[in-house]
Design a protein around this ligand. Structure first.
Ligand code: NIG
Ligand code: FE
Length: 423
C-alpha cells in the first residue's frame, strides 16, 4: 500500500498525457484519456492515477488527507508556459493605439518605441516594484492554468538592470507557488547607448554581464533576438557559445519577422528551443524536424499584432518536429496572460487538433524547458500540478470560449485555487 495526503476521486475525465516525451507526429494525438479516474498524491508527488478498484487496492489515504470530489470535473496537468517576458514595468497601451491606427510593430520600433519604451520604464522601476508586478501577474497566469513558467530578463540591457530583473524573478519565485524558470536575455535589443556599436554591446554582454549572471546563479537559460537589424546569425552564434561557457542552456527568438535562418542555427547548435518561427524557411522546418530542438509557437503574437502570417504548425508537425505552444507574454507583441487562451489560439489560428494543442501546452512545453521529468504529465513520481475544470468533456476546453472553467488548481500537491478563487 502506498500512502496519500491528497485524493482526487472520480474525475469525469483525466488526461494524463503519459507516454514517451517529447511527442511528435502521431503520438501528439494521444492525451492519455482515463474515464472516471482517481488520482493520489503524497508530499507533492503523484503516487497513483487509474480506476477506483485499483486505487482501493493500492492506496491508503492518511488521516488528514485532503479529499476532492471531482465528479463532473475534467482533470489535466497544469500548463507549462515556456516563453514569457514577465518582469517588465510600464505599459505600451499608447503604442497599441498607434498600431490600431495603422502603424506596424516594426515601424514603432524604428521610431525608438517598442522594446525601448519598456526598457525606459523597467530601468526606472525598483526591484521591489518589479517583484510586486511579477507576483500579481503570476496570480493571473496561475488562475488561467499555468503552474510552471519560463521568464526572461531583457528590458534592462545594462548590467545593473538586467541583474535587477533576474533578482526580482528569484524573489517572486520564492514567494509564489508557480515554478519560475529564469532566462537571461540581455540580447533582446541593442540599447540606445550602443546603437551604432553593436559588436561592443555583444562584447559587453559576453565579458561583463554573462559572468555576473553565472556568478550569482541567476539564470538557467540564455535567449537572444536573432532578427534582421538586431542580432545576426553570427552574433547569435558568438553569444550562444559564451552562454554555454557560462553553463546556460540556449533558446532563440528565431524567424519572427524575417526568414533569417534562426531555426537552422538553433538546431545546429543544439538549442533547447527555437521560438516564434512565423517566417521559418523550408530548410528550417526540415532541420528542426530532424533535431531535438523544440519548435515553440507563439500564436498570441500573430493574433495581437493582427498578422496575416502564422507559424506553419501543420507542416512542422507533419515533418516530425516537436511542437509546443507558449504565451510570449510581453507588453508589445502579446499582452496575453492566459495559457488557456493560447491553447485555444493553437487550434483556431494554427489549426492544431485539440489533442495536439493540449500536448503542446503540457508535455512538449515541459520538454522545451528540460522539465519533462518533473511536470507536463500526470505520472507517478512527477509533481502533482493539476487543473480540475468544470466541463462536460475535454474538447470543451477549446469549444467553449470566453469562460474560465478551472475550479481547482493543485500545485506541488497543495490546493492553491478553489472554486476559481486563489487561496
Ligand atoms: O518575443 N521579439 C522580441 N521580443 C518580444 C517582444 C518584446 C516587446 O515588444 O516588448 C517577442 O515578440
Ligand atoms: Fe519573446
Amino acid at each position: 500500500m502506498t500512502s496519500a495526503d491528497l485524493v482526487v476521486a472520480n474525475c469525469r475525465q483525466l488526461l494524463t498525457l503519459a507516454g514517451p516525451i517529447p511527442k511528435r507526429k502521431q503520438s501528439l494525438t494521444d492525451v492519455g484519456l482515463l474515464e472516471k479516474a482517481w488520482l493520489a498524491s503524497c508530499r507533492g508527488r503523484i503516487v497513483f492515477t487509474g480506476q477506483e478498484k485499483d486505487f482501493k487496492a493500492r492506496v491508503r489515504a492518511e488521516k488528514n488527507a485532503v479529499h476532492i470530489d471531482a465528479r463532473g470535473l475534467v482533470g489535466l496537468p497544469g500548463f507549462v508556459d515556456s516563453h514569457t517576458h514577465l518582469p517588465f514595468a510600464g505599459s505600451r497601451v499608447n503604442e497599441f493605439r498607434l498600431r490600431l491606427k495603422g502603424y506596424t510593430y516594426e515601424e514603432l520600433a524604428k521610431k525608438g518605441m517598442g522594446i525601448q519604451t519598456t526598457v525606459k520604464a523597467t530601468r526606472r522601476a525598483t526591484k521591489s516594484e518589479l517583484v510586486r508586478l511579477c507576483l500579481s501577474r503570476l496570480d493571473t497566469m496561475l488562475q488561467n492554468g499555468a503552474t510552471t513558467i519560463e521568464a526572461k530578463s531583457g528590458y534592462g540591457l545594462n548590467l545593473k538592470d538586467e541583474i535587477k530583473q533576474l533578482e526580482a524573478l528569484r524573489e517572486a519565485s520564492r514567494k509564489h507557488p508557480v515554478d519560475i524558470v529564469p532566462t537571461f536575455m540581455g540580447a533582446h535589443e541593442i540599447p540606445k547607448e550602443y546603437r551604432s556599436r553593436k559588436s561592443a554591446y555583444v562584447n559587453f554582454l559576453l565579458r561583463r554581464v554573462l559572468p555576473e549572471v553565472k556568478r550569482k546563479k541567476l539564470a538557467e537559460f540564455f535567449d537572444v533576438f536573432c532578427e534582421e537589424g538586431i542580432f545576426s546569425l553570427e552574433d547569435t552564434r558568438r553569444l550562444a557559445d559564451g552562454a554555454k561557457w557560462a553553463g546556460l542552456k540556449v533558446r532563440i527568438h528565431a524567424d519572427e519577422f524575417t526568414p533569417l535562418g534562426g531555426a537552422e542555427l538553433a538546431s545546429e547548435i543544439g538549442a533547447l528551443s527555437a521560438d516564434h518561427l512565423i517566417n521559418i524557411t523550408p530548410e528550417g522546418i526540415r532541420k528542426l524536424a530532424r533535431s531535438d530542438t523544440v519548435a515553440t509557437l507563439l500564436p498570441g503574437v500573430s493574433f495581437f499584432l493582427m498578422l496575416d502570417k502564422k507559424a506553419p504548425a501543420r507542416q512542422l508537425i507533419e515533418e516530425g518536429a516537436i511542437v509546443s505552444l507558449a504565451s510570449d507574454f510581453n507588453p508589445g507583441s502579446s499582452m496575453v496572460s492566459s495559457m488557456l487562451f493560447v491553447l485555444q489560439l493553437g487550434v483556431f489560428l494554427l489549426r492544431l487538433t485539440i489533442e495536439e494543442a493540449i500536448n503542446a501546452v503540457t508535455a512538449n512545453a515541459a520538454f522545451a524547458l528540460g522539465r519533462h521529468k518533473e511536470v507536463g504529465s500526470l505520472e507517478p513520481g512527477k509533481k502533482t500540478d493539476l487543473l480540475l475544470c468544470e466541463l462536460p468533456d475535454y474538447a470543451s476546453l477549446v469549444y467553449h470560449l470566453g469562460i474560465n472553467p478551472i475550479r481547482y488548481i493543485i500545485k506541488n500537491g497543495r490546493v492553491v485555487v478553489k472554486d476559481g478563487r486563489r487561496l
